[in-house]
Design a protein around this ligand. Structure first.
Ligand SMILES: [Zn+2]
Length: 298
């Protein structure tokens, strides 16, 4: 970890070349799908087929699925990679969600899974045209949907969300507990970017809405996709210009300032549970702390 930014985020490790120019090369795609060297990420309901313990991605089965249920993910020197949306009842594999396997997968597989699950989530919820209500069908190997009625094209959605470590002049970190969370669970504040808003403005607005604190300088630290179902988490460090917490919108039930010794003690005693390793929230907290913190929630 560097003090400059966030590196090696679990779900931001992309090593496969997305090879976007191949998406419209029908002949190449057909041959690639038929090749025994091709590897397929099987997806069902936001989960992926895994094998072994600890689980690794099960890429060996080549499912028999229709063309509109398979999406091209990219290539590397070994193989071409596709995602296929399968029926979990017919497929005998074990399916697991990204939250449980994301941190144990290698870099190649983590990148494939995030791409595959994000696309599958989008296809599952965008079956009709937002302009005319007509049915849409996949194009460009799963990276576009086209309306059968008015021929409009629609692209996969990514919803930007800001997430920030709020730090005061005494170098304390502010963490909040959402109303729906259990007593000891705290995390960094976060929220979706609104239409027409810059990322920096979203950071300042969210912090003020949730805890009433005014933010000065805002610094970007890194991002990672969070396909639950389609977010992109953009991580920031936000300098607090005030320290008095006023809970405004009901989303946050409690917010507390932590010193470095204080957070360590609270985690060790079990009083505080911080987010799992896979999350950018934890990485923001550790970026402020200056090293890894003990784990009690993974
Ligand atoms: Zn339409």
């Amino acid at each position: 970890m560097t003090r400059d930014g966030l590196t090696d985020l679990s779900l931001a490790r992309a090593v496969v070349d997305r090879d976007a120019l191949r998406r419209t090369d029908e002949d190449w795609l057909r041959q690639a799908w038929a090749s025994p060297r091709t590897r397929v990420v099987r997806v069902h309901d936001g989960r992926v087929a895994v094998t072994g313990e600890p689980p690794r991605l099960d890429l060996d089965e080549h499912p028999d699925v229709a063309e509109d249920r398979r999406f091209f993910l990219g290539t590397d020197e070994d193989a071409a990679y596709f995602a296929a949306v399968v029926d979990a009842e017919e497929d005998e594999a074990t399916f697991q969600g990204l939250r449980s396997v994301g941190a144990v997968l290698g870099a190649r597989d983590a990148g494939l899974v995030v791409h595959a699950v994000s696309l599958a989530n989008w296809h599952a919820t965008h079956t009709h045209c937002p302009r005319c209500g007509g049915p849409t069908t996949p194009r460009a190997a799963g990276h576009v949907r086209r309306c059968a009625r008015d021929a409009s094209e629609h692209y996969p959605r990514t919803d930007p969300a800001v997430i920030m470590s709020v730090v005061d002049a005494d170098d304390r970190l502010l963490l909040g507990r959402q109303s729906s969370w259990s007593a000891g669970r705290f995390s960094t504040l976060a929220g979706f970017v609104e239409p027409g808003e810059s990322l920096e403005a979203a950071v300042r607005r969210e912090v003020h809405e949730e805890v009433g604190i005014t933010i000065g300088e805002v610094r970007y630290l890194g991002s990672q996709p969070w396909p639950f179902p389609s977010s992109l988490m953009l991580g920031f460090r936000a300098e607090a210009a005030s320290t008095e917490v006023t809970l405004h919108d009901g989303e946050i039930a409690e917010a507390r300032w932590f010193t470095r010794p204080g957070i360590l003690e609270a985690i060790r005693s079990g009083e505080l549970g911080v987010a799992p390793t896979i999350s950018i929230a934890r990485r923001l907290i550790e970026h402020w702390y200056g090293g890894e913190l003990p784990t009690n929630t993974d």
